[in-house]
Unconditional design. Structure first.
Length: 368
């Protein structure tokens, strides 16, 4: 449906441009609609990155972007021809075609530069989906099994207690998870019933839930340090397990490299932010890789991890390619237990009972 609307808009602005040229309206109008076209193209790119990057599709993201942009690019090419013909007093000859092609190439390069510059300054909008669940939070407030946690008066989240717990699980969630909704879903699905011997601590990222601050890699790592410090000092005699899911595997890997947890569990991990970006839009190579402000180099962090580690991935994961998870596994310097599922999509991994049964089984099998 969105593609139909784009086709209609492209056709409409092209027809308007033809009428402007035919009736020789002021030249200013010839510039307006190509600019509108370029703005629409940028909006389309961000729509796909924001709304459809997480949509399961057979086609890679860059192909979907190309399909959506094709009508607008054709429209822009036509309008460029009218613009040049109005300004350059030439008949439709070979030199004229060369001018059109060069101007069109210039416009494409300009659009690419605009796109890359916008990506650099708007990565938080593309990568993260901050959200809050006030109703879930209010429900948990009345549940005695939960304790509202505030760390440094900046980071907020939940601690779910368990009787006779000998360990604590510190969980770093995905880019669209907030802790209130997560805890409620784990309660309703029965996942928490598997954690009879462990506390479960999950803190919202900056700007998620009730956590304060702005998003940046430095802020995320600062939060990870604060959460680990809190868990260590409040429960010094309990085993510490770090679990990360999706984007949270970057923070989990970092936290494990800076401390000495008893185990590290990564669900659908990636090796680094550059390769993750390139799996969607393969242009971030060479100098362009410096445009990525969230490098999240898990491959460097796990190199220093010495605790037992478990990596869970799925061959049906359409968000984080299983190949990126395998690249990360190769970066460990100690043996890693790997569990591979064949039927789970990305969003199902952290919510799967089978996955959590596997995690708890792995933790129970660890040597004392």
């Amino acid at each position: 449906m969105q593609l139909v609307w784009i086709l209609l808009i492209a056709a409409a602005i092209t027809v308007i441009e033809i009428l402007i040229y035919h009736y020789r309206l002021p030249r200013l109008f010839l510039f307006i609609f190509p600019l509108i076209n370029i703005c629409l193209e940028i909006c389309v790119v961000f729509y796909i990155l924001r709304q459809q990057a997480l949509v399961t599709s057979f086609y890679p993201l860059w192909i979907r972007i190309g399909i959506y942009l094709l009508p607008l690019l054709i429209s822009l090419f036509i309008m460029t021809g009218f613009l040049v013909r109005r300004y350059v007093k030439l008949e439709y000859t070979k030199p004229f075609r060369h001018i059109v092609y060069r101007l069109f190439a210039f416009l494409l390069i300009s659009m690419l530069l605009i796109f890359l510059t916008t990506i650099y300054f708007a990565q938080e909008y593309v990568i993260f989906y901050p959200n809050a669940s006030p109703q879930d939070r209010d429900m948990l407030m009345t549940d005695k099994a939960y304790e509202r946690i505030s760390i440094d008066s900046q980071y907020a989240g939940w601690l779910r207690k368990a009787e006779n717990a000998d360990s604590i699980i510190v969980y770093f969630g995905g880019n669209a998870q907030n802790t209130s909704a997560l805890c409620r879903e784990y309660d309703e699905s029965g996942i928490f019933s598997y954690m009879k011997n462990s506390y479960f601590l999950s803190i919202d990222y900056p700007s998620y839930g009730d956590s304060k601050g702005s998003l940046s890699q430095e802020e995320l790592f600062k939060m990870a340090d604060a959460v680990l410090h809190y868990a260590r000092h409040r429960y010094p005699n309990k085993k510490l397990y770090i679990v990360g899911y999706s984007i949270g595997t970057g923070m989990a890997s970092y936290a494990a490299s800076k401390s000495t947890p008893d185990a590290l569990i990564l669900l659908s991990p990636y090796n680094n932010g550059r390769d993750l970006f390139n799996s969607y839009f393969p242009v971030f190579y060479g100098p362009l890789q410096h445009l990525i402000r969230y490098p999240l180099t898990s491959d460097r962090y796990v190199h220093t991890v010495t605790c037992p580690a478990l990596v869970i991935l799925s061959n049906q994961d359409t968000i984080v390619s299983p190949s990126l998870s395998r690249r990360l596994i190769e970066c460990f310097t100690t043996p890693v237990k790997t569990i591979q599922f064949d039927t789970l999509d990305h969003g199902d991994i952290a919510m799967s009972k089978e996955v959590w049964k596997t995690i708890i089984r792995f933790l129970h099998e660890l040597p004392e």
